[in-house]
Design a protein around this ligand. Structure first.
Ligand SMILES: Cc1cc2nc3c(=O)[nH]c(=O)nc-3n(C[C@H](O)[C@H](O)[C@H](O)COP(=O)(O)OP(=O)(O)OC[C@H]3O[C@@H](n4cnc5c(N)ncnc54)[C@H](O)[C@@H]3O)c2cc1C
Length: 429
């Protein structure tokens, strides 16, 4: 057995890299193993003819500079990653009146949408119940039914959760929905890091490297060894040559997602498994155009479409995400069934109807996310906490371990990473 590290991290996605960067700042010796030949997991991009095609995230940081991720990147680590906020919070495509309804603040939607003025006080009253959100045990769909909400209010909220969480409102617990809405209200508009999500990953990698983190690509965790109540060592494999090696650390963080973690727990003969949580599935299209479709940076919402719930054009925030003179328009849809091919075809029809200027030649690719590469390893509201394993030196980070705090996607990943860092530093003092 070779050198003992303070910390071993499996998984070089955003969650693993945030932990390695924050703890490297505290002078911890760290070994990080990533099984793929690149860092960033579902929060980076691949270059295709000058277009930065996402591996997952559509380049948006949900609460821009004001959420947990923006705060860690800009305030705590002081990284050179400018976050360019959207000009508008959301923009609504609500036929038959096709004109865009834009608003800059979350509450603005109720004032801006003429058709919502009659519901403004109803929705406001519903949302004010957020203060007592923990008392609700039903889904948000049931909650709206119980409150006799109008069909358009269902469509309105479904568009929001469909885009932001890849969920229908029948899949989200009311309590978590209220926490999520409260975050939208308090924290504000999304933003795009200049250069897209890959810039964030590169900055974290560089910071970690500078602080001597041992970062390893093509390196897969295969087994944990337990001694009494603690993990004592891990076994990894170098995927390029099949060579296995093991070593010890004081603390262990897994940034892998539930299915992969359960596989490793089983292989390691550990006495517990993670409860299975439903994953959030989804996908969309990436189009290139010469002229911008949305004109202003925003999240476009489609409440009356069945499949596609929203779209963004991150090139409006950061033009370098596409070649000169080109834009990148990305749609997002929820998958309701396992027939992903059929659902994708339906979504394509909807998109071409909603944007008649688009043609097939504009389509760069379709991307789908499910099973072991989903939108979210746990649907919002079913996340597990990240520091409550039965093993005192083992932690989980990532988008299945955001707890129940209403944080969306990478904001929850960042919040979870911060909790682990606090926990580890507290234990050491
Ligand atoms: C279509 C889509 C759109 C999205 N849009 C947004 C958005 O705009 N904004 C936003 O905030 N979020 C968005 N998300 C969600 C966001 O991408 C994820 O929440 C985030 O990237 C999850 O990061 P993570 O570190 O938890 O997991 P991952 O990125 O999955 O990282 C886990 C890493 O672990 C590695 N790994 C797995 N097994 C092993 C092993 N045995 N040993 C070593 N390494 C291993 C994997 O290769 C991977 O790199 C989107 C997701 C999708 C799919």
């Amino acid at each position: 057995m070779t050198k003992e590290y303070d910390l071993f991290i499996a998984g070089g996605g955003l969650g693993g890299l945030l932990c390695s960067t924050l703890l490297s700042k505290e002078k911890k010796s760290i070994f990080l193993a990533e099984r793929l030949p690149f860092f960033g997991g579902r929060f980076t991009a691949m270059d295709y003819e000058g277009f930065q095609i996402p591996t997952g995230a559509v380049h948006m940081i949900p609460h821009g500079k004001k959420g947990p991720l923006g705060q860690i990147l800009l305030r705590e680590l002081n990284l050179p990653v400018p976050i360019i906020e959207n000009e508008y919070f959301t923009t609504w495509y609500w036929p038959p009146k096709k004109d865009l309804i834009k608003h800059k603040h979350f509450w603005g939607i109720f004032r801006a949408l003429t058709r919502f003025q009659q519901y403004y006080f109803v929705i406001r009253k519903l949302l004010l119940k957020a203060r007592k959100s923990d008392q609700f045990s039903n889904t948000f769909h049931e909650f709206l039914e119980e409150n006799n909400a109008d069909p358009e209010i269902f469509q309105f909220f479904n568009a929001i959760t469909g885009f932001a969480l890849s969920l229908d409102i029948s899949e989200i617990p009311t309590a978590e929905m209220f926490r999520f809405l409260k975050r939208l209200y308090e924290r504000g508009r999304p933003g795009v890091p200049q250069g897209g999500c890959k810039t964030v990953i590169n900055a974290l990698v560089q910071y970690s490297e500078k602080n001597n983190v041992n970062l390893n690509l093509n390196t897969e965790l295969i087994k944990l060894e337990i001694d009494g109540s603690e993990i004592s060592s891990v076994a990894c494999v170098d995927r390029r040559n099949g060579e296995e090696f093991d070593f010890c650390a004081k603390q262990y963080i897994l940034n892998l997602g539930h299915p992969q973690i359960n596989k490793i727990l089983e292989r390691s003969n550990l006495p517990f498994r993670l409860p299975s949580t439903p994953v959030a599935r989804g996908g969309g299209f990436i189009f290139q155009t010469d002229a911008s479709l949305l004109k202003r940076s925003t999240v476009a919402q489609f409440p009356t479409l069945d499949y596609v719930k929203g779209a963004v054009e991150p090139t409006l925030n950061s033009s370098g995400l596409a070649p000169n003179g080109k834009t990148m328009f990305i749609t997002h849809q929820v998958f309701h069934t396992d027939n992903i091919v059929k659902e994708t075809q339906k979504a394509r029809e909807e998109i071409f109807q909603a944007f008649p200027d688009l043609e097939e030649k504009n389509e760069i690719c379709i991307h789908t996310f499910h099973k072991t590469w989903p939108v979210n390893f746990a649907v919002q509201g079913h996340d597990l906490p990240n520091h409550s394993t039965e093993i005192s030196n083992l932690y989980f980070v990532g988008d299945g371990f955001k707890g129940k705090a209403g944080w969306i996607m990478t904001e929850g990943v960042a919040y979870g990473a911060k909790q682990i860092v606090i926990n580890i530093l507290h234990k050491n003092n």
